[in-house]
Design a protein around this ligand. Structure first.
Ligand SMILES: O=C(O)[C@@H](CO)OP(=O)(O)O
Length: 258
């Protein structure tokens, strides 16, 4: 039975300082590095857990650092690691770099939560040439590689969760599922919105229900897949530390409200 281990990166410097991050390339905080180590220990402590054969991550430093810390601790730095913009955090448009509490106070709770959690909630876009677009050589290189794979798509200026699903799933079906279908166990080290996007598709979560799901930093989720269909073998995904996941997810939800 192929297995996916998927997690959101450890705490970043901007998670700590309460800022919208999106595609801005902010590294892990000291606490975030510790969370990454703890997430590897959670994997090691499981009795019937399979070790990853291949790793996928985004093109953002906070996820790359988390992946490296985990693979090092698992003694698996040698496995292939693929980086793609399609696993990047949801692009937060013109909100990137802004303080969450300031945005909440300026626009009100309804709009703030719509932008953060509604399925079709797209934040205000940033301008074509704006710094917050964060388009540099790293993402352009992907575009060339993708053309060879037959993938197409435009780099965003702001995204809803729906738009994340639209850019993520072609890559998941074409590349990640190919490894799973060959019986490989896959580690995906990514971002809160990408974890939500994949859970929504794999578990067929409704548009409203997904708006109530928050993803904690650095707590791995295990998904066992039916080898024939590559669909989840059980009804619900499993956090490797369910109690801590619940507490930390609630803290994520309440960000900006203090
Ligand atoms: O700032 C962001 O990019 C995300 C994740 O850190 O924030 P939120 O949880 O508000 O979607």
């Amino acid at each position: 039975m192929p297995q996916i281990i998927i997690l959101r990166h450890g705490e970043s410097e901007w998670n700590k300082s309460n800022k919208f991050c999106g595609w801005v390339d902010i590294p892990l905080s000291v606490n975030g590095k510790d969370q990454a180590l703890k997430s590897a220990d959670l994997i090691l402590q499981q009795t019937n857990m399979k070790m990853p054969d291949v790793c996928f991550t985004s093109r953002l430093t906070r996820a790359n650092q988390t992946a490296e810390i985990i693979l090092d601790r698992l003694n698996r730095l040698y496995i292939d690691t693929y980086k793609t913009w399609r696993l990047n955090e949801r692009h937060y448009g013109a909100l990137q770099g802004r303080d969450k509490t300031e945005v909440l106070n300026e626009f009100g709770k309804e709009k703030y939560m719509f932008w953060r959690r509604a399925f079709t909630g797209c934040p205000p876009l940033c301008k074509e040439d704006a710094k917050c677009r964060c388009v540099d050589g790293r993402y352009a290189i992907d575009t060339e590689d993708e053309q060879k794979m037959g993938l197409s798509g435009e780099l965003p200026r702001g995204e809803s969760l729906k738009m994340v699903i639209d850019r993520l799933m072609p890559y998941y079906r074409l590349v990640i599922e190919k490894h799973l279908s060959q019986g490989r166990n896959v580690l995906i080290v990514t971002h809160g919105s990408v974890v939500r996007a994949l859970l929504k598709v794999l578990y067929e979560i409704g548009d409203d229900a997904i708006s109530h799901i928050d993803i904690p930093n650095g707590i791995p989720i295990r998904i066992d897949l039916d080898p024939a269909t590559l669909r989840p073998a059980s009804e619900k995904w499993v956090y490797l530390d369910p109690e801590r996941a619940k507490v930390e997810a609630e803290k994520v939800r309440l960000q900006g409200f203090k």
